[in-house]
Write a protein that binds this ligand. Structure first.
Ligand code: FAD
Ligand code: 2HG
Ligand code: ZN
Length: 480
């Protein structure tokens, strides 16, 4: 459909109304201006939109939503557009309005006594981290896209990342939420309360709702004491089973100081080295697998480093670790983290990946990897699993790459079969087919397979209550 048809089809009246609300400069209708909003980070999805609208205040969001509701036009909320599940990309119909929160980027308030920060939903995560640090605090959500993802997106996707082990997922870091309902009403849930037992937690309904229930416009987040000491190490292990046992040893020696425990198979490490110029593994030889471990504390750094050394020494005596390197300074620690954070980019360069984001009970994660590796290899000999992620959370990114003898198109044609195998291994262990990336459009068809009918029925009832016309982010999260 050509662009002009799209605009006329959804009503130029609505476009004029949107311009009145947010100013003409913030209603993008031309292909060039819209382009960055219509495709996803992975380059997997591309859609069309009648307009991209960029409101600057909660009231403007409310007015935009009321106008879209009146015109019966679907709305696709978008923050930093870093979704790994196509969650923020509109469909191909060109009917939807993409509502970008980019301009809602104010830190509203920071309370040093209550240790909270109130922000607009469009604030980039790194900016919240910086604001916390400037005030002598710490906001712990940390992920590879932190320089561009937004708090609203983090909330809508209930983001995880590399510090969940110690601090929890986004839901656990949030006290209050402000949201605009599909009909334009504003719900002000910006409470900074640690305790509030006044009925159903509406806040939690919006967290993880992937833009299907309304627009999150603000949030009150928890702050934490700023860690003054960090100890970072890379350990070479044989496989996920040794990594899991290593996790136990580190926990015994280091307790809650354990902040990150990130697993990468040797094939994944080799791929990163192949694809990213300025990273290298900290070992002379490629190990079968590696674990990036970080401790943090408000104690002194030397003591923390010694503690990690002792823990790794024990793990070596127990033959769980073949080799380990403890970072001697921040630059070495940063280099280890750069290796870890380069995986997604390396995967994109390596070719088409069939992506999975599973979680199982932590104790079963090694069994999952062994079983899934066997099953996918039996289905497609030569397949190359690139497995990495937050092993300490029971969450791995089980990415599959093509056998070298196959081309990308032939491989992608196998997606449904391979995903079925991976998700069956997950569900058999009472796991989740989306630990942190969300369902979006990538996994929407899997919902009927992996969610109980009663769960789906309740979710649909809530959707019907809040969004009776089905205008919020259609095609995402809930199967038709
Ligand atoms: P978007 O991509 O814009 O949107 C995500 C979803 O939220 C969509 O469904 C969208 O409609 C909805 N949405 C966005 N803003 C709002 C709003 N204000 N109100 C209502 N709905 C909204 N994720 C992790 O959890 N852990 C990781 O370790 C991790 N690492 C990543 C590394 C890289 C390199 C990349 C590219 C992504 C990574 N992600 C990770 C995925 C992604 O960054 C997160 O899901 C992030 O929370 C999305 O934020 P965003 O602002 O980009 O949201
Ligand atoms: C990570 O943990 C992200 O690095 C991205 O969640 C995972 O690219 C991926 O599959
Ligand atoms: Zn992850």
């Amino acid at each position: 459909m050509d662009k002009r048809d799209v605009t006329v089809g959804t009503g130029s009246e609505l476009i004029d109304t949107l311009k009145d609300i947010v100013g003409a400069a913030n209603v993008l209708t031309e292909p060039v201006g819209q382009a960055p909003f219509l495709g996803d980070w992975l380059g997997k999805y591309r859609g069309e939109a009648a307009a991209v609208v960029r409101p600057g205040t909660t009231q403007e969001v409310a007015d935009v939503m009321a106008a879209c509701a009146a015109a019966r036009v679907p709305v696709v909320p978008q923050g930093g557009n870093t979704s790994m599940s196509g969650g923020a990309t509109p469909d191909a119909s060109g009917r939807a309005v993409v509502l970008s929160l980019q301009r809602m980027n104010r830190i509203r308030a920071l309370d040093p006594i209550g240790q909270t920060i109130a922000v607009d939903a469009g604030v980039v995560l790194a900016k919240v981290q910086e604001a916390a640090e400037e005030a002598g605090f710490f906001f712990p959500l940390s992920l590879g896209a932190e320089g561009s993802c937004t708090i609203g997106g983090n909330l809508a996707a209930n983001a995880g990342g590399v510090a969940v082990l110690r601090y929890g997922v986004m839901r656990e870091l949030t006290l209050g939420v402000e949201a605009v309902l599909p009909d334009g009403r504003i719900w002000n849930g910006m409470k900074a309360l640690r305790k509030d037992n006044t009925g159903y937690a509406l806040r939690d309904l919006f967290i993880g709702s992937e833009g299907t229930l309304g627009i999150i416009t603000g949030a009150v987040l928890k702050l934490f004491p700023r860690p003054t000491a960090r100890a970072t190490a890379f350990a070479a292990v044989v496989d996920a089973t040794s990594a899991l046992r290593l996790l136990g040893v580190i926990r015994v020696h280091c307790g809650d100081r354990l902040t990150a425990f990130e697993f990468l198979t040797g094939e994944t490490l080799a791929m990163i080295q192949r694809q990213i110029a300025d990273v290298r593994i900290p070992f002379a030889q490629l190990p079968p697998a590696g674990v990036l471990i970080e401790l943090s504390d408000i104690d002194d750094e030397m003591a923390l480093s010694k503690r990690l050394e002792r823990a790794l020494g024990t793990a070596m005596e127990e033959a769980l670790v073949a080799d380990a390197v403890i970072a001697q300074d921040r630059a070495q620690a940063n280099a280890m983290w750069r290796l870890r954070e380069s995986v997604s980019q390396a995967l994109v360069r390596e070719g088409k990946a069939i992506k999975h984001d599973i979680s199982v009970p932590v104790a079963e994660i090694a069994d999952f990897v062994a079983a899934a590796d066997l099953a996918v290899a039996a289905a497609l000999p030569g397949i190359r699993p690139m497995v990495f992620g937050h092993l300490g959370d029971g969450n791995l990114h089980y990415n599959l790459m093509r056998p070298l003898a196959m081309n990308d198109a032939e491989f992608v044609a196998q997606s449904a079969v391979l995903t079925r195998i991976v998700h069956d291994e997950t569900c058999r262990r009472h796991g989740s087919i989306s630990a942190e990336h969300g369902i979006g459009q990538l996994r929407v068809d899997e919902m009927t397979v992996c969610k109980a009918p009663l769960e789906l029925e309740l979710m649909r009832a809530l959707k019907q209550l809040l969004d009776p016309d089905g205008l919020m982010n259609p095609g995402k999260l809930l199967p038709a």
